[in-house]
Ligand binder design. Structure first.
Ligand code: PEP
Ligand code: MN
Length: 264
């Protein structure tokens, strides 16, 4: 699929990077400039934040969307941001190039229905207790409601293991690519929960055939309003991008295996 001049799927590998939450104009513009220099084509940042505690930062809302749109003007990066409610679809679609459906909203069918006709591609995150079949059913919901431009996102699932924030289901990538034609994006940040594991999980995602990555990056992770522990610094993100280069050809090999009906 195409998001303006950015191709996602097929031979192209798309990196989406930026802060978990939009906190200020300075934070977003600095991050956008830096991740663009390192090779990202899409800027992420949450303006509407699904937080598990009502006392946590909930996002800047429409002001956050305006900041993201300013960053697009300055850097040429496309924008991906989360939409949490069907009543916000219209306003988010006005500012965003890609609509993100968060793990907690994967089965919010009124939201999915509204996104069917929003005119923007959707990145659908796997719910933390969702099977791949559940994820594909939600994707089918979007397609049936009129939106064929759907990307699937593996962001880790809940298991008995607590050493990582979520368990990165690495097999999900080739399995999804074998049974569906939709691009598969890996989010190593929410899978790992700690920044030290993010580059190595990103590498694993590339090798098993992911079509892109969604990665959290922050100018000062220790001061982040959300998900600071798993956010990379600018330098760590640049290093991760350089590290991935030699693995990109393996991604295409994995893609070919999946197209042939699965690993031999
Ligand atoms: C996010 O991308 O910041 C986010 C809230 O992710 P998830 O829905 O995967 O928890
Ligand atoms: Mn986050």
């Amino acid at each position: 699929m195409h998001v303006g001049d950015v191709a996602i799927g097929g031979d192209d590998f798309a990196v989406m990077a930026g802060p978990c939450a939009v906190e200020s104009e300075r934070q977003v513009l600095d991050t956008a400039t830096s991740v663009a220099d390192s090779g990202a084509r899409i800027l992420r940042g949450g303006a509407y934040k699904p937080r598990s505690s009502p006392y946590s930062f909930q996002g800047l809302g429409i002001e956050g969307l305006r900041i993201l749109s300013k960053a697009r003007e300055y850097t040429g990066l496309k924008i991906i941001t989360e939409v949490m409610s069907e009543t916000d679809v219209e306003v988010v679609a006005e500012f965003a190039d890609i609509m993100q459906v968060g793990a907690r909203s994967m089965e919010n069918f009124s939201l999915l229905e509204q996104l069917g006709t929003c005119g923007r591609p959707v990145l659908l995150k796997r719910g933390m207790a969702a099977t791949l079949e559940d994820l594909l059913r939600s994707a089918q919901f979007l397609v049936e409601c009129g939106n064929p431009d759907v990307m699937l996102c593996e962001r880790g699932i809940r298991t008995f293991e607590t050493a990582t924030r979520n368990t990165f289901d690495v097999a999900a990538v080739p399995l999804l690519k074998t049974v569906s034609c939709l691009p598969v994006i890996v989010d190593p940040s929410h899978a790992a929960g700690v920044r030290v594991l993010v580059p190595i999980l990103a590498r694993a995602g590339v090798v098993v055939g992911a079509d892109g990555l969604l990665v959290e990056v922050h100018p000062q992770p220790d001061k982040a309003a959300s998900d600071g522990d798993q956010s990379l610094t600018f330098e760590q993100f640049a290093d991760m991008m350089a590290d991935l280069n030699p693995y990109l050809s393996l991604r295409l090999a994995a893609d070919r295996m999946c197209a042939a009906g699965g690993p031999a």
